[in-house]
Design a protein around this ligand. Structure first.
Ligand code: HDE
Length: 753
């Protein structure tokens, strides 16, 4: 108490080290913390973490975000200062000996500013460099204490703060969002018992089976080392050279060549933990689990031609989409599902559950929904949060454990290791976005960028000088599942790992015809970029083992003969449990969110019939869609009745590919002006080619003809011409048609329009 009185009270301190441990403020000094964290959160015995509250924050309250308040700064109404807090009088001119004289070395203000600037960049992630993130929470909807003691799953309604980062894999930090690529789906749970990172992808399998091959895979897919091309693309020699020599990648290639690799939105893709993990309950019993995130908006993708054009029109397409949805209060949401199975079940499967190139068909092990993930706040600062967040597969909490998947083993090492270079030392866990809500106490000390000021002279255990603290938690802490191990040390793979094609075929056979065509077209495109013919031949020979139909279609697209299938590592693979799994089609989960957050372009020009436009806008907004008036240029447009409306986008700055659907307006003069602008034809053509919904009102039917679009027919569910008198019926049709997302009857290769 005497010591406490001597130290000026820092009201934020209790937040950092846990309320129970806080030193009481001396009399006369306020005890009220300045952060809103402690006010409003209640502690219970079940959850003694002074920072995490009882796990049930008030609506809108997120403990992680509040704990970050302590490091948030806001310069409104503040003076400009140096990093030492010294106010700066002149931020325009360096210090010189005379106005035309030399700049002086003594100018510490200039030097501090430039020095800091010189060191602003940190190394980008070696993979997944390009990403976007958001804060949110995980809410338990089904408690499963019988399966796991992990804190987030103990009680229905319990909310665990999360930070989620989505990413592409191959491209550099400034690359475009819509590359054909796997997407990362990394979730940090700030649980009461420490941080748990579920670092997944939007595809349930991976290219390789053993961590030993990861550097080779990444070197093959990244830009080629001699000329640093191509950026964010797998369509080049080294990638296909490598994968054509690695038949274990065939299953993953199917996924990456499917439309899953070009999602419409991060909000509309699934997430998968990929590996088998273990759940462990309070009695130490364990089952295996695979984690699945299912988007409430359903799974939706772009088409390739659209993805390519979006790369130019808006390289930040997915980043913007996520940001804008959250800003608009349209919070993205996923359901977490568990696929739970026992060791005994696993032994019966025709595939090995430790092989990350295999999935477990849902027909074999159903999905059990246990919670929801909601993202409801954008980061305040991209660098501090999205760039500095460090996800590590090694971050598990009591109740979650690893399987022996050899790919996972390498990851458990890699992620912590890479952060040490990327974030500049072993104390990256102290960067605010990475700090757990659970209290941290151990005897690790020092190192670059240490933030904590450890008190006392004891930094070892066992000790008597600190009363034995911090003490071991025993069975309350993390206890590894005691899986028995007794075998020879050796390098090799279990037998079933050698079946490289059965699940690749399963995936292909589970797709709809349109999806199959898109997969064949993607292989064709990628292999057409390969310059060494022998690589194409080898890849087709490998593909032929998975699907003759697919290999033949790709060969045809490349003007090649179909080669003999490659010799297989396993001649007679075990009979699979299922040969199709409808759940593997993108179409299996359309979602039930209607047209929420879908972007609709309404073309406008002077002379447009304003009333029908206003009626449509209102009807669309009512459904949660985002209608935008797109003009020949931005700014004021005068309607036929003389009213002024604002075009907030132009066909030049926001081309067709940025919209999910199109309305062409009524009004003779407007149609005449639009027809004169070449952008209009491109706009309409691309909407048609990408199978989107098009509604032409009244006079604008002429624009369809000008774009070479066949008239509406029964087979095309997404094209209609409406009379100007009946806009409300047209609006209902339009809303339903947009809700179908794409009208694939129009899909053709090559495009007819
Ligand atoms: Fe990663 N991976 N990975 N990976 N990975 C990284 O960690 C690695 C793998 C995934 O938003 C790196 O912090 C190895 C599978 C995501 O910050 C690095 C192996 C899956 C992210 C790394 C794999 C992933 C990463 C680079 C094979 C899906 C981005 C920067 C043994 C289940 C996380 C970093 C974020 C990032 C290593 C394979 C997902 C180098 C060695 C399989 C989502 O540590």
């Amino acid at each position: 108490q005497a010591l406490a009185a001597a130290i000026p009270f820092n009201a934020n301190k209790p937040l950092e080290i846990g309320r129970e441990h806080a030193i009481a403020p001396p009399e006369g000094q306020t005890a009220e913390p300045t952060s809103p964290l402690v006010t409003g959160s209640t502690l219970s015995e079940a959850n003694a973490s002074g920072k995490a509250g009882d796990g049930r924050p008030l609506p809108g309250v997120n403990a992680t975000i509040q704990s970050l308040d302590r490091v948030r700064t806001d310069a409104s109404a503040q003076m400009l200062t140096t990093n030492q807090g010294v106010a700066v009088g002149d931020n325009q001119n360096s210090l010189k000996a005379g106005l035309r004289g030399p700049t002086l070395l003594e100018d510490f203000i200039l030097r501090e500013k430039i020095t800091h600037f010189d060191h602003e960049r940190i190394p980008e992630r070696i993979v997944h460099a390009r990403g976007s993130a958001a804060h949110g929470y995980f809410e338990c909807t089904k408690a499963v204490p019988e399966l796991t003691r992990a804190a987030p799953f103990q009680e229905v309604g319990k909310r665990t703060p999360t930070f989620v980062r989505f990413s592409t894999v191959a491209g550099e930090r400034g690359s475009f969002d819509t590359a054909r690529d796997v997407r990362g789906f990394a979730v940090k749970f700030y649980t009461d018992e420490g941080n748990w990172d579920l670092v997944g992808n939007n595809m349930p399998v991976f290219f390789i089976q053993d961590a030993m091959k990861f550097p080779d895979l990444v070197h093959a897919v990244k830009p080629e080392p001699h000329n640093a091309m191509p950026q964010a693309a797998s369509a080049h020699d080294t990638f296909w050279d490598f994968v054509s020599l690695m038949p274990e990648s065939t299953h993953m290639l199917m996924w990456v060549m499917s439309d899953r690799a070009i999602p419409r939105s991060y909000r509309m893709m699934q997430g998968f933990g990929v590996h088998s993990f273990r759940l462990v309950n309070a009695d130490g019993e364990s089952v295996f689990v695979k984690f699945h995130w299912q988007p409430v908006l359903g799974t939706h993708s772009l088409v390739w031609d659209e993805a390519v054009k979006i790369s130019g029109a808006d390289p930040d397409f997915h980043r913007r989409d996520l940001w804008e949805a959250i800003e608009a209060g349209d919070y993205p949401e996923w359901e977490l599902n568990l696929q739970v199975f026992t060791e005994e079940q696993a032994e019966q499967f025709s595939f090995d559950v430790l092989d990350a190139t295999k999935l477990i068909p849902e027909e074999l092990v159903p999905l059990v929904p246990v919670g929801r993930l909601v993202l409801n706040r954008n980061p305040d600062n991209f660098f501090a949060e999205t760039e500095q967040v460090a996800f590590c597969t090694a971050h598990v909490v009591p109740g979650i454990d690893f399987s022996n998947d050899p790919l996972l083993a390498g990851r458990i090492h890699s992620y912590v290791d890479t952060q040490i270079t990327r974030l500049g030392g072993p104390n990256f866990h102290e960067i605010p976005i990475n700090t757990p809500l659970a209290a941290v106490h151990n005897n690790q000390r020092d190192g670059l960028h240490r933030q904590a000021i450890h008190r006392g002279r004891v930094a070892y255990e066992p000790n008597s000088l600190a009363g034995g603290c911090p003490f071991q938690a025993g069975t309350k802490g993390f206890v590894s599942f005691p899986q028995p191990v007794q075998e020879d040390k050796l390098r090799g793979k279990p037998e079933k790992f050698a079946d490289h094609y059965t699940q690749a075929r399963l995936f292909f056979e589970s797709q709809t015809d349109v999806e199959k065509h898109h997969i064949a077209a993607a292989f064709r495109f990628e292999l057409s970029k390969v310059t060494v013919p022998a690589i194409r031949v080898r890849m087709l020979a490998s593909l032929a083992n998975a699907s003759q139909e697919l290999a033949a279609a790709v060969a045809d697209g490349l003007g090649m003969e179909l080669p003999e299938p490659l010799p297989r590592a396993m001649e007679n693979p075990p009979t699979p449990e299922v040969t199709t799994s409808p759940a593997l089609s993108l179409m299996a989960r359309p979602g039930n969110a209607g047209i929420r957050s879908r972007k609709i372009a309404i073309l406008v020009a002077d002379g447009v019939e304003g009333e029908s436009i206003a009626a449509l806008q209102a009807a669309l907004a009512e459904e949660g869609a985002v209608p935008r008036l797109v003009g020949i240029r931005v700014g004021r447009v005068v309607t036929a009745s003389g009213a002024a409306i604002e075009a907030d986008a132009s066909m030049e700055n926001s081309p067709s590919v940025l919209f999910d659907a199109l309305v062409l307006p009524d009004g003779e003069e407007a149609v005449r002006l639009l027809a004169r602008d070449g952008h209009t034809v491109d706009f309409v053509k691309d909407q048609y080619r990408h199978c989107k919904t098009i509604l032409a009102i009244g006079a604008s039917e002429a624009l369809l003809a000008k774009a070479g679009i066949p008239p509406p027919s029964d087979t095309d569910t997404g094209l209609a011409v409406a009379s100007a008198d009946d806009v409300s019926a047209a609006a209902s049709w339009f809303i339903e048609a947009v809700g179908m997302h794409r009208h694939t009857a129009r899909d053709s290769d090559p495009p007819v329009v």
